[in-house]
Each structure stands twice: as C-alpha cells, then as structure tokens.
Write a protein that binds this ligand. Sequence first.
Ligand code: AFP
Length: 298
Amino acid sequence: MTNLDIFLRDRAPADLSRLILTAASTSMQVRRALPFTTKLTRGVNPSGERQAEIDVYANELFASSLLATGLVSEVASEEMAEPRRGRGKVHVAMDPLDGSSNIATNNPLGSIFGFYSSALPCSGDNLVASAFVTYGPMLTLTFTTGEGVHTFVNVEGQEGNPFILMEESASIPEKAEVFGLGGDRRDWIEPVETFVASLEARGLKLRYGGTFVGDFNQVLRRGGIFGYPALKNKPRGKLRVLYEAAPMAFITKHAGGYASDGSRDVLSIVPSALAETAPLYLGTAGLVKEVESLIRGA
Ligand code: AFP
C-alpha cells in the first residue's frame, strides 16, 4: 500500500505536494461535516447561485488551511467575490464544493482545485497542478502535477497518511461507453443536438447526475464525453473557467483526453474575470474533436 505523502515525495515539488496533502486532509473534515450542513443559506455567490451551508463551510476550511501553509499567493473561489491574499508563490483557484444542490439528495459531491504559476485570472496554460476530491461511496482524491493522473482513496485508521494509492497513471479509454451533457435539451445548440443523437445511435449510455466531478469520474474510467454546452439562452455555458473547466481540462489532458469550449482548447482560454464561464466538452479525445468540428462547421 502506497501512502499519498510517500508517493508525492518522489514525484512532485515540495510546495505542490504540501498543497495537495493539505487539500486531502481538509476534505476529510468537509466529509465529516456533510450530514450537518445540508441546508441553503440566504447568501448568493458571485455567479448569483444560492449558497448552501456546505459551500460556505468548505470555502472557509479550504481557504484557511491552504493559506496557513504559507505557500499560497492568493486563493480565489467560486464562493468569494475577491481572492484572499497570502505571502507564498502559488495561485490557487477552487470550487470548494461542487454539486452542492445534490447534498439533500445524497448524490456525489466534489471539490476542485487549480494550482497556477501566474496571477489570476490567467489561462490554464499556467496550471502546474490540479486536483479534485470526490465525496461519493468513497472519499477519493485525483490529481496531476503534469506527470500522469493518480487517484488515492481515504482509508481511516491505518498507518501513516490516510490516503492510499488506488490507481496510478489513469488514461481515458479511447473506446467510449458513456456521455453526459448539462442544461435543458430544448436549449442545446443544434450541433450539440445532432452530436448527442449520434452518440445514442452508437449505443453510448447516458450518465448525468448533476455534479461535474461525479460525472467526470464516469468518463475517466469508462471513456466518453462530459459537457455543459453552449445553450441558446446561455451561449457561454455555466461552468467557470478558472475554478472548474481549466483544472479538469488539465487532468483530462494528462489522462490522454482533450477539453474544448467548442472552438479551441479550454487551457488556452484567457478569462477576463474570475467567475467567467465557457461552454465545456471533455473526455475521449476523438469524441471531443468530433463535437468541436460540428460546432465549428455550424
Ligand atoms: P451546483 O454546485 O450549484 O450544484 O452546480 C453544480 C454544477 O456546477 C456542476 O457540478 C454540474 O455539472 C452542473 O452545475 C449542473 O448544472 P445543471 O443543474 O444545470 O444540470
């Protein structure tokens, strides 16, 4: 059994290792708090979405634990209008609790982190690492520092660091089995409607639970495509570039897949605002390139 701290020691720079270990240990506190933080608050986040108690709680825990390392220059979050400043070098952008509208229905939830080498907002080309936590039947941490995509599972009560290696150097299967696209199907742009009809004709299974992280795990393991497309009434989609799309695109790239906004690589997008959104299609490279050329050709 390989513990997370031992694994990172040989494979990642000390500062990134420390930040990934901090996100992992803090996620255990978030998981323990889930049963007690299921309600909505009166607050709204900078994207105008109602904040659940767990959004606010997770945001506070992750922001303060990451800043306490002394390695962080700023922490920007889906739940905060302005970043919090630190005295370190790494720029962190996070979605502290992804899928909070799923907590009441006890569906998978997540936390997403992007570790950037440049001041925010900036493009995903400046990512040096990214990670996501899945609060599902198991508590898992999946990350890359640019050398493969690795998943660790939380095992309480055992020797050393409580995160144990579950899968090393994952790669997204070329043979696609599943698809999941968000938004109301009536609002999908025409090329997306055509694309999904062809996936169904090829026998791919629909897997969409309403939490990006949970749905992405399906694609990572079984091959296929996840997306939150451009909608007729929302041409820029819903998912935030800095906090959600770019960090997951970085993991997709290092698992041999591809991520597009319909016209270009998501990692090349230079957002002009912290909470800027973009359409997103990611997963098996061949499939994503297919929908990209349909959209470009439209
Ligand atoms: P919440 O955090 O508000 O639950 O939103 C989750 C999310 O950002 C992402 O995880 C999902 O893929 C997507 O939104 C679900 O959006 P729809 O509810 O419009 O399908």
